[in-house]
Design a binder for this molecule. Sequence first.
Ligand code: SF4
Length: 456
Amino acid sequence: MFSRKHLLLLNPWAYDFTACDFWLRPLGLLYLAAIVRQYTDYELDFIDCLDSSQIESGYYFRPKNRTDGRSSFFKEEVTKPEIFRHIPRKYSRYGWPYAQVESRLEKIPAPAAVLITCTLTYWYPGVQAAVELVRKKFGNIPIILGGVYATLCPEHAQSQSGADLILTGPGENQILRILQEIDGKDQFKSKNELPVFPDFDSLPSPAYELSHNTSVLALLTSRGCPFHCSYCASRLLYQRFEQRQPEKVAAEIEYFRQNLGTEQIAFYDDALLINKNHHLIKILEALTDSKEKWRFHTPNGLHPREFDRELARWLKISGFDSLFLSLETSDINLLAETGAKVSPEDLERALGYLEGAGFCRSQISVYLLVGLPGQDKQQVVESIRFVRALGARPRLAYFSPVPGTADWKKLVDSGQLKEDSDPLLQNKLVFPYFWSQFTPEDLDEIKKEATGKNIG
Ligand code: SF4
């Protein structure tokens, strides 16, 4: 008799010094889930350890929830990795309590395979812990690891994660073949050739139906970025920049509203404003036509250079709430060195348009990078003062050395990092303790400057 086998989709914990739910959703895993659901008969079990809305009663957890969907995580302190022993901060496992994941695994049938992801390279201890737990419960079943860590650090993932198979890059044209190889064709709806997804727009919508937390969703209207910033991993994750058709994006968002009660969307695009008149504005036009009230967020910084009066007006009338703009630094030499995607004047102009459209400048956060190779404390302090003088809010973004980027290479060439350094050193909070010219005291002073508790 035909029986449906199970697949387990697992978004593991984050192991870090600090973490919060900044509209984090395992979008890649949910895309793969949608493909598997469409082309096979597998029953899908989904465990999202980073879904704070699913912490069971009985654990002491009072989440700091904001109405915009951001939230704190439950955390359990764990032993710090040896490499961090001299850092005077606690290290924790963020996400579901360990015992809750254990008991959840007790309740699901043994899967034919496990698909696991990992959002940040230096969160790989969460993968290791999850793989260990899965093996304890289900024995030697195939575990497939994809996502950012697997793509950027495939050798480390192969030797250290405990997963059997490392899936690098976008997984849509790989996952069905892998499942066939490990489990045969029995669960496939068709014995014909496997489908090919030629571009991002050909994918089915991410399977948010599997998620419990659907009032606020993260989405991508595009993949990749046309720029080449020296510190950024975008091109390593997606080799080309591709935008979806605006009508399809709007229809998908409407579908989520009608079927999952979604009211807020965080756009996680790297380059949301490129081609704006034919892309974002078209999406917003379609959504405002439906007369539903939306709240939108842009956790990845928007490009100030792309702003004009019309765009600012659309952002205001369509429900953009927490705006994040990218400047990175006001130092023009450093801007030129790192990619020249923006200038301080672009930011000034963008803020003017946004204010003209009815935004309050103090609502607008401006990302400033801290810890870039060659950057010094004074450059950061001056950038903070520049943003503050414009009436916006400086928001510090700590530099993480991503393997394969130009800045990574700079650090390796200068001997500050090794080619095979532990991905834990990519943690954005540890640079003052290892390889940067910033000391921990410098960083404290910079934070005070950014929060207005000035160093004078
Ligand atoms: S503009 Fe942003 S996403 Fe694009 S390469 Fe630069 S940092 Fe990366």
